[in-house]
Design a protein around this ligand. Sequence first.
Ligand code: NDP
Length: 327
Amino acid sequence: MEYVQLGKTGLPISRLSFGSWITFGNQIQNDISERLMDIAYEAGVNFFDNAEVYAAGESERVMGKILKSKNWSRDSYIVSSKVFFGAGAKVPTQRGLNRKHIFEACNQALERLQLDYIDIYFCHRPDKSTPIEETVWSMHQLVMAGKILYWGTSEWSAQEIMEAHMFAKQNHLIGPVVEQPQYNMFVRDKVEVEFSQIYKTVGLGTTIWSPLASGFLTGKYNFNQTDNSRLEREELDWLSQRLRTEENFNRVNELNKLAQDLGTSLPKMAIAWCLKNPDVSTVILGASKEQQLIENLTAHEVVHLLTTEVMETIEAILKNTPIRPQF
Ligand code: NDP
């Protein structure tokens, strides 16, 4: 496993990491979750991603129980959680990035995860109804209180990240060091264009999500091998409809042929394509089955197959090269 420093921090993070969205406490049994964490940890994964909203807190409970049962030294892994959506929020005070919810959500996440501190705490979305100053102060205070070590954002705009960063800098507070955006062959603009300046200025690290577009980039939806798969889930019908377009099916067909010509599989090629981007600190993998994770964890072995020529072929298949500003 390769490790890089997360943005400008000194924190070494594995380039492949593992997350629990949809799966833990929901789609899969707890013994499978445990097996998946074992496989990831044994392969050198040191970052496990979670959030208060995943399975309304249950995902953190499952991960916490697994971590507690392991003999893994606490200083050998990084755990995240995220605040914003609440853990099954029913009333307005149970969500958002105001001081009250941030404080309470952090304490509740620590309890569910059975941890003394969270390594990286993400603001899961921007909160238009809370002044950014209040959020920055609240996250800073959690660091000072020893409840979190680093904080970051998820799906914030470059402008919002810069605002938080500038406010922190002016007031000698600890600012955000990492962003968690979606990044895969279909969704590219934020990572490849919007953030391009702040990698340099702020030294932003990225922990990217849905590298396989929720499994669509494995090709299995093209070949009808999808029993119990994510995009068959009723609550994700909106995502399924967004992904199952004629254009995407055609792209996946061609990408699959290319992967076969290269002697690899489409999931491995799609993850390797994310790893190839040096602005990606870590690719967060998701899996509902052992075999999936075992396969995905070997993706780094095929990065070298993505030569300039192959990358050009991929561009020609995707036809979504982001337009970069001219300086
Ligand atoms: P992916 O896009 O890689 O999708 C993972 C899913 O695809 C698996 O659960 C599995 O679903 C299927 N799959 C994975 N590998 C294979 C394979 N080799 N063959 C066949 N099917 C496969 O990642 P996620 O969408 O899960 O995102 C990863 C993590 O990122 C999450 O767990 C979470 O921690 C984080 N995240 C963060 C978000 C944010 O807003 N900050 C939003 C979303 C995710 P199945 O078997 O059901 O088909």
